[in-house]
Ligand binder design. Structure first.
Ligand code: CO
Ligand code: CO
Length: 320
């Protein structure tokens, strides 16, 4: 991508941040993001809801408020009954309503493999934008959803997971990051991003590099869904291709303690769909943030590590 020349572009492509931000006036910026993907679960309604929660997540990661959205759809009505698309859209509309916004249009193309997501527009005061690249040495790192979605959705596709495992995974993916975002904005934190396809370590790497700091995380403090631990404990090959690629990519900047097993490493790199927020919080506000996240009812409010010296820019230590 060529560099961005317009000075009103406040957030472009340089730091891999979650949304683009464009200044309209001194106290108003619009925020935009687009995300869509192939089905991650069998139920079309749940798939629609998950896709919308995932698309909105980038807006919440920047501490912004969504205003409205457009559908982005791939669907082939000659291959699949139209009722399935209706169900997907219904899941999407209901989830958007929960977020307090409308889906006001969109575009559909013929596509043998269904795809669904949103282009979302939001707004924020430019002074209030939460970047992914402004973490400080000493910050405490919080995570608001457990990991393991990639492993579980792969197991679902292979027919190795069902019933309560699917229900729990759907519940985690469907949860909006709205409450977590409001909590962090009310407390005032240094940086945030949401955990999606690059996994915890990949997104944390963007945060540390962009911020000019290093990080240390404690593997035992990182929340992981038990079903994902069980599945990967039984067979490492349940890790999806994206997760294996993530682990290979992050190994250039992550130092794993030798006691960290291959299964744990894969889980820390697991590609997430609609994952939680990774929040970098000043140490003197950590207790306040933890209380605010609990109050907001986030699935977890886990302290997983700290940002450390700028001598280790971009390096992440993973200790037990
Ligand atoms: Co994001
Ligand atoms: Co995104």
């Amino acid at each position: 991508m060529p560099p961005v020349a317009d000075p009103n572009v406040l957030v472009g492509i340089n730091t891999g941040d979650d949304c683009a931000a464009y200044r309209i006036s001194d106290d108003l910026a619009i925020i935009q993001t687009v995300d869509f993907f192939t089905p991650v679960v069998d139920d079309p309604y749940d798939y629609g809801a998950i896709a919308v929660a995932n698309s909105l997540s980038d807006i919440y990661a920047m501490g912004a408020r969504p205003l409205f959205a457009l559908n982005v759809v791939g669907f082939h009505s000659k291959e699949l009954p139209l009722e399935i698309l209706t169900q997907i859209m219904r899941g999407g509309v209901d989830k958007a309503r929960e977020a307090g916004i409308d889906i006001v249009g969109g575009h559909t193309v013929d596509d043998k493999e269904p795809k669904y997501g949103l282009a979302v527009t939001g707004m924020i005061d430019p002074a209030d934008i939460v970047y992914n690249s402004t973490a400080q040495v000493g910050d405490v790192l919080f995570l608001t959803k457990p990991l393991g979605i990639g492993v579980i959705t792969t197991a679902i596709k292979r027919g190795l997971a069902g019933g309560p495992v699917v229900e729990r995974a759907v519940e985690v993916m469907c949860a909006l990051n709205l409450a977590a975002s409001e909590a962090m904005v009310s407390v005032g934190i240094n940086a945030c991003t949401d955990i999606t396809g690059y996994g915890l370590l990949g997104h944390m790497g963007e945060m540390t590099r962009g911020s000019g700091v290093g990080a240390r995380i404690h593997a035992r403090d990182v929340p992981v869904m038990q079903a994902a631990r069980d599945l990967i404990g039984a067979d490492l090959k349940i890790a999806p291709g994206g997760t294996v690629n993530n682990l290979e990519y992050v190994s250039s900047f992550v130092d794993f303690d030798p006691s960290i097993s291959e299964a744990e490493r894969l889980l820390l790199a697991d590609a997430q769909t609609s994952g939680g927020l990774l929040i970098s919080c000043p140490p003197d506000k950590a207790d306040e943030l933890e209380a605010a996240l609990h109050e907001a009812g986030t699935i977890v409010a886990a302290r997983i590590g700290v940002m450390k010296t700028e001598d280790d820019i971009g390096r992440i230590d993973v200790v037990p």
